[in-house]
Design a protein around this ligand. Structure first.
Ligand code: ZN
Length: 209
């Protein structure tokens, strides 16, 4: 192959990469709007990422999820901290360890009110009682660790090896999937199952009281 032809092919690959990246960033921005409009998190809280080869494409720190633009989404290294971590989501280390420990290709983190409430009411796990939650979501382990810490990264990634979602106690949901659609579905189910359980428990406690 002539050098010239090699250069052209490399250039085409680079163009394809940037088009793919643009498409992923647009998808992340779309799911940011969906998370807020569906009440899964308020605009100021939460983050979204997708795996792209040896990179993680993730929303920047301090962004409004419902106003997310592709310029507020950054590429960081999968294999370890990099310079762009400082503008990426403050939960980047959690996303990174989940990708390195599980089969996840996309992660959504929300501060969903019923899931957060249930994580403060239960000891170790939130068990769905609604039929879809039982069938498609399964147990949600409650994990410990402060925002953006190695402890939270370790605990969340261990939980997501065998669960679709876990809840950082008093903080929020980490939901994972093989695509953004799957991660969004898990995040939606996590909040729905937590809400149903909260309401049923509250009713029963009231009846007993
Ligand atoms: Zn958070």
């Amino acid at each position: 192959m002539s050098l010239k032809r090699q250069d052209i092919m490399q250039k085409q690959d680079t163009m394809q990469d940037s088009q793919d990246l643009q498409a992923i960033a647009e998808e992340i921005a779309r799911f940011g709007k969906k998370l807020v409009s569906s009440g899964l998190t308020s605009s100021r809280f939460g983050n979204i990422s997708a795996l792209y080869g040896s990179k993680i494409v993730i929303s920047c720190t301090g962004t409004m999820l419902d106003e997310l633009e592709t310029g507020q989404i950054v590429e960081v290294d999968l294999n370890g901290p990099c310079i762009l971590d400082r503008i990426a989501s403050s939960e980047t280390c959690v996303h990174r360890m989940v990708y390195r420990s599980t089969a996840a290709k996309a992660i959504i983190h929300t501060h969903s009110p019923f899931a957060v409430s249930m994580s403060l009411l239960e000891n170790a796990v939130v068990k769905p009682i609604d039929s879809e939650g039982i069938l498609f979501l399964g147990d949600m382990p409650i994990v410990e660790g402060h925002f953006g810490t190695e402890e939270l990264a370790r605990n969340a990634s261990a939980a997501l090896v065998s669960h679709k979602a876990c809840i950082a106690r008093g903080h929020g949901v980490f939901a994972a999937g093989k695509s953004l659609v799957e991660a969004y579905t898990a995040a939606s189910m996590a909040e729905h199952s937590a809400q149903v359980k909260y309401l049923v428990d509250a009713y029963r406690n009231n009846e007993c009281g």
